[in-house]
Design a protein around this ligand. Structure first.
Ligand code: SF4
Length: 276
């Protein structure tokens, strides 16, 4: 069974993912429209399609190292990327909304190819062992008082590496135009979610600090690869658990409100929101 199939099975249970938590935090009405009502999006962002194809390509790149001990040739990997992108573009859930980075399908395909070529020229993480890619994980969501809820926390770690000292490094791949600040990375909830999932599933001792990294491929004319190291401690995982439970309480109490702001411009539920 592939990691994607395993993750799909984990998502059959009553669950919250980091993405759902983040959606609720940025706009609870959007969470309602997307996850409670299950409405189809009004458009699909080209950035999402690009990110998905790049993620799949990086998983294949690191799977090659894990399974065969060597990297796949760039030509072969680029062919895989083009196939992934073509599949994504051929069957989007909704009309694709292109941005300024790439204004049509051809430009998007070319942009992704530039990003991937830049990454393959300088992937980094030399000498580290690949433990897993797209690692699907699940655990019961527990309240800060230790009560087990009906919900599971579900997620997939993009890449898990081990260094020569045996320490794990949890990595999240990102494609982004703008640079990330270290402060935003240090407080980002996704890596905290990774940490609680890895602790619960035995990859890291409970309470043990986890080293993490945002592996950012910048969508610039000349793409840049930026690796931002950070870590997660008990204070971070406790904060994440409090936030996840507060989100769950809001969902169960049916607190769903529009939160108008910068996030509205890319929202795929603007028509539904106006009719709310
Ligand atoms: S348009 Fe804005 S306020 Fe409305 S659902 Fe989307 S993000 Fe929320």
């Amino acid at each position: 069974m592939t990691p994607t199939q395993s993750l799909r099975i984990l998502r059959h249970q009553l669950h919250l993912s980091y993405s759902q938590i983040n959606t609720y935090l940025s706009c609870s009405l959007r969470y309602f429209l997307q996850y409670v009502k299950g409405f189809a999006p009004e458009h699909t962002s080209s950035a999402l399609i690009l990110g998905s194809a790049i993620h799949a390509s990086l998983a294949r790149f690191y799977d090659g190292i894990k399974d065969k001990g060597k990297t796949e040739s760039p030509d072969s990997l680029l062919e895989f990327y083009r196939d992934s992108m073509s599949t994504e573009l051929a069957s989007p859930r909704a009309p694709v909304m292109f941005g300024t980075d790439a204004t049509n399908a051809d430009e998007l395909l070319a942009l992704g190819e530039r990003l991937l070529r830049a990454y393959l020229a300088n992937p980094g993480f030399a000498g580290m062992q690949v433990v897993a890619t797209e690692l699907p994980l699940s655990m019961p969501l527990v309240t800060p008082n230790g009560l087990v809820t009906d919900f599971a926390l579900v997620g997939a770690v993009d890449l898990l590496l081990r260094d020569q000292l045996g320490r794990l490094l949890a990595i999240d791949h990102k494609t982004a135009r703008n640079a990330l600040t270290q402060e935003s990375i240090d407080h980002d909830l996704q890596l905290s979610a990774y940490t609680v999932l890895l602790q619960h599933n035995g990859y890291v001792e409970p309470g043990q600090m986890l080293h993490c990294c945002y592996n950012v491929i910048r969508k610039l004319k000349t793409p840049k690869i930026e690796k931002h190291l950070t870590s997660r401690t008990t204070a971070d995982t406790q904060r994440f658990s409090r936030i996840a439970n507060a989100v769950l309480s809001g969902i169960e109490a049916e607190v769903f409100l529009p939160c108008t702001g910068w996030q509205c411009s890319g929202c795929a539920y603007q028509e539904r929101c106006r009719g709310w």
